[in-house]
Design a binder for this molecule. Structure first.
Ligand code: NI
Ligand code: MN
Length: 226
């Protein structure tokens, strides 16, 4: 049984029973986060792109825990320069069998500059296959029609930004849900700051009306059994 836990904004934890995977660990300075960086103990950290609200506390957590950080080649190089010892580079379109399962990086339409302004390559979406379940964390992105291709593999849970302004907004994330056809869809990247405030209940109603997916709203520290 795999457990997916929201930790606020775009940060999620996947626990397989054997492994703990932390995605986009923005905890310090995250108004939604209820856990501190020293309270998480991942084996793996996965970063969708280089922005500060996604890289977050990755360096500190990786140094303390020895977790392996998986991201694109440019971000992984930068992490090495920050003193992170265990890393695994991938890039868009590439998949790899990790100890926890398979991870493929997909395209995302966004930026990826690192917190100090360094070049962070291209942003990614994260397609996990864990224990036969497919979990898609879209990262930060606008809507794109190739989500149909990503969804063709049969997605169980899609995690999509709905905040608008920096990423897809509610309407486009409903279209994205139509393209991806997941069984369940979880909103992220909203209500963290005023520019991305959204009525998440209205979004959930739109998902129910216009798609075949079940909307699942997870507040920080709430979990879903996958
Ligand atoms: Ni971003
Ligand atoms: Mn972001």
């Amino acid at each position: 049984m795999t457990t997916l836990t929201a930790l606020g904004h775009s940060c999620f934890q996947i626990e397989t029973g054997e492994h703990s995977i932390l995605i986009d660990p923005f905890l310090t300075d995250n108004p939604q986060a209820t856990v501190k960086p020293d309270e998480v103990n991942p084996d793996f950290i996965v970063l969708s792109h280089g922005h500060a609200d996604h890289v977050g506390d990755a360096v500190e957590i990786a140094k303390r825990t020895g977790a392996t950080v998986i991201s694109n080649f440019e971000i992984v190089n930068w992490l090495g320069n920050q003193g992170v010892e265990n890393t695994h580079p991938q890039h868009l379109g590439g998949g790899f069998n990790h100890p926890f399962g398979h991870l493929k990086l997909t395209i995302a339409h966004h930026g990826s500059a690192l917190p100090d302004g360094s070049y962070g390559g291209n942003p990614a979406g994260l397609l996990f296959t864990i224990g036969g379940q497919k979990i898609f964390h879209a990262g930060d992105t606008g809507l794109f029609y190739d989500m149909k291709l990503i969804g063709a593999v049969g997605i169980d849970v899609a995690i999509l930004p709905i905040g608008d302004n920096f990423t897809m907004g509610p309407e486009d994330s409903v279209k994205a849900t139509q393209f991806l056809e997941p069984k369940q869809v979880i909103p992220m990247h909203y209500n963290t700051w005023p520019p991305i405030e959204q009525d998440v209940e209205a979004w959930a109603e739109a998902v129910k009306t216009h798609t075949s997916a079940e909307p699942v709203i997870l507040a920080a520290n709430e979990s879903l059994k996958v």
